[in-house]
Design a protein around this ligand. Sequence first.
Ligand SMILES: O=P(O)(O)OC[C@H]1O[C@](O)(COP(=O)(O)O)[C@@H](O)[C@@H]1O
Ligand SMILES: [Mg+2]
Ligand SMILES: [Mg+2]
Length: 308
Amino acid sequence: MSDPTPRGDGGSADPVVDPVFDAVAATAPEIRAALPGRRVESGTENASGESVLAGDLYADELLGDAITAVDGVGSFVSEERESAVDAGGAVGSGPDDAYAVAIDPLDGSSNLRSNNAMGTVVGIYDAPLPASGRDLVAAGYVLYGPITTMVVADETGVREEVVERTSDGDGVERSVVEADLTLPETPTVYGFGGRVPDWTAEFRAYARAIEDSLKLRYGGAMVGDVNQVLTYGGVFAYPALRSAPEGKLRLQFEANPIAYVIERAGGASSDGTGSILDVEPEAVHQRTPLYVGNEALIERLEAAVDAD
Ligand SMILES: O=P(O)(O)OC[C@H]1O[C@](O)(COP(=O)(O)O)[C@@H](O)[C@@H]1O
Ligand SMILES: [Mg+2]
Ligand SMILES: [Mg+2]
């Protein structure tokens, strides 16, 4: 699915990738504007057994409509949907095949009540879902912080854009603010999810060791916490827990896209034994422990937790 003519604006040469990110960017101001009235439970549970907020459902519907309308998207699935939606066109890696798009419409939505950072995660795969992270052709995320930004990783590298409504209010503008994002060589921050008593003894020892040199920064939304690692260098983890050896985060919607972004930016990812991108896909909603950050910190992590 490659087009020999580069877009010339730092975007992907692929004819589908940038339109998908255009669609995601186009919904971002609308999602943001709709959140104040959607901080309440919707009364439903998703396929992961988690309570769904009205904001999760709204973002899922808007993004679903926008992404399935993109030519070349053949399949769409979201954290809030049981199974994939057929968007027309067979998905595969052949030249005329369509892509499958997996999203986490609102990541960190428990931060909606406390008004903290949240985001949207996107993975574009050239294989039917569930797919391997090696089948990603691009991935990225929107971060709803004080500014709405979008980080896009594709075959050209990783860049950060600011997403804003145009001054006439009719459209959305994407402006590249960092054209070639890479993790700083010297790491500064760490952020780990889950309760400490639920961490394994090995992970607890790793956390204890790295806190001597790194500063704790944990906000409770993977996208926000990973963006700090991308900006300042360091390590983010949602580890294997004693009560949940598979951790919390989902491979298709969360771990694979984030691992793709961090690896493209010169960092490393792991499920505790090897790159997240090599985790065997078994189910659309499967979970995995996730560790991402500077390569040396991920090597230390693997040495610490893989010792048993
Ligand atoms: O509250 P905890 O256990 O720290 O969990 C936080 C983690 O759960 C998540 O909120 C899960 O994502 P969703 O909000 O999309 O379900 C991550 O963003 C975050 O890293
Ligand atoms: Mg999430
Ligand atoms: Mg979510």
